[in-house]
Design a protein around this ligand. Sequence first.
Ligand code: RUQ
Ligand code: CUA
Length: 662
Amino acid sequence: MKSAFLINRCLPVLMAASLFYSCKPNNAGNAVSGNAAEKSYVAPGKYDEFYNFVSGGFSGQLSVYGLPSGRLLRVIPVFSVDPEKGYGYSEESKPMLNTSHGFVPWDDLHHTELSQTNGEIDGRWIFVNGNNTPRVARVDLKTFRTAEIIELPNSAGNHSSPFITENTEYVVAGTRFSVPVGDNTDVPISSYKENFKGTISFIGVDKATGKMSLSFQLETPGVNFDLSHAGKGPSHGWFFFSCYNSEQANTLLEVNASQRDKDFILAVNWKKAEEYLKAGKGKKKTVRYAHNTYDETSHTSTSEILTEVTSLDPKELKDICYLIPCPKSPHGCDVDPSGEYIVGSGKLAALIPVFSYTKLQKAITDKAFEGEYDGIPVVKYEAALYGEVEKPGLGPLHTEFDGKGNAYTSFFVSSEIVKWNIKDLKVLDRAPTYYSIGHLCIPGGDTKKPNAKYVIAYNKITKDRYLPTGPELAQSAQLFDISGDKMQLILDFPTIGEPHYAQAVSADLIAKNSTKFFKLDENTNPYVTKGEANAKVVREGNKVHVYATCIRSHFAPDNIEGIRLGDEVYFHITNLEQDWDIPHGFAVKGANNAELLIMPGETQTLKWVPEKTGVVPFYCTDFCSALHQEMSGYIRVSPAGSNVPLTFSLGKTNTPEAPATK
Ligand code: RUQ
Ligand code: CUA
């Protein structure tokens, strides 16, 4: 009844204007059930059962919530600078944001993918994508810090990323915007069809260390790759990518890229691609991309620029890529836990097609092709189709699975989650979301072993759901209990930035491995100071290196004189604490960057270029002890050429022979 109403109400809008407005569910009231508070309540001092890693969208960061409480546990800086933590501001972390375009302090983070072993979440790392300046990052789940960022050449709008294979062999990244590739990229935009290409990057992941390397790229037709998922179980060895703009339009895409009834899912046989690579069928291409790694013993990142990638051409290597027609402008591309069913979600389609891996293989063997698209064989729709979910809702985006034979699909336009059965394709339940859901997540919901206790909706629009905060309102997550037959809304909570994909995992898998502090003995930072006795200030030309320590509740040294205008001062601060949860902060008046937040056992460096003479205080910004307010010091800046000697001290008056300068 309701869905028919919504379809009637929304469809004309959708079709007539080709716009992608969303409808507000008509019963958008208080749909929370009676025992909701009980189900989402986690008593003070008690731990949550799940970690929920939620993309921050245009915040560029990754946030971590506890479930079922919805409590925000942490924001992990990844692609955007974070003055709170000194990320992108400390000398040690700046190289993390280096790219072939130089230092890039922001990105748009869309998707999360936890590392897997045998198709199950292993709790070691989480990968995330940077959409704008194409990058993939790996976050270490021992430290909850960004460990590595790799840039992707020949890519733009790195959206179809970072999806992984069942043993984390590869992380993939398909380009959303096709771009001119090769030596001359200064071409007319109107030459799109001839000069613009898509690419799919396969990033290899080292089993032991997680270290990423760009293994190879596939050069593809100039379409827009949107999302993807790897095969699993029987379909392990294959990857599936949705794409839109098979029209290859380059202007007014909302109209011109919505012409065809069907776009495609690209099926990639990556095991075959590996064989061709081994057989030397790849072509080396000259490119430029940055690869940045953070080392947790030196607490320092390094950035290198790499210049080569191996490219495979599926037009020549015929049996790597096949296209499956998929209605219409598909977004999500999701593979069920068995690995047999591939679900395409056409944003403008009024049904959900479910493809069969077995049928696809047969179609390929039988050459059941309807032709070629840009040199890639196109499998007949019916030959790969398992069946269609009819009238599921409007604007399907993403699907997750419960491991009990059911799928949960998000519908942006009709603003709901719809539960349906994979075998008989019947709709079983629907629940409104407030409002306009994008992604959704079931813990392990894209793996072989979902943990179907909850589904979480990540909503684009909140309108009247929270107290107004001016023109900009929070996005939100909504938690549903799915342990019974019907979805039951039990909580909603605002999120940071715009949440796209998110993943959740049982806390047991991660909490026990969490680092408590860094061992000072193991600190190999070149500027470490392993005790107050070693604190010093050293001048090298106009560079002054302050080797300082901090421990409750003082810095050593805390008085420094002999700095001159024109100097660059590097405060290398080592936190001597060896205890959990005792960071110290460091901030200097007038510094034009940020604070440092230094973890126990760690060394971090703040660069400061004084721009006027005088005495400048510095202090600890993190309330670390009863005498935190006393944790401060002074640094004296004299004119260029001044003869004030360089001195430093703690607990005694600074050199009496240093007179005030006029
Ligand atoms: S995309 S809904 Cu990157 Cu679906 Cu956000
Ligand atoms: Cu250290 Cu406050």
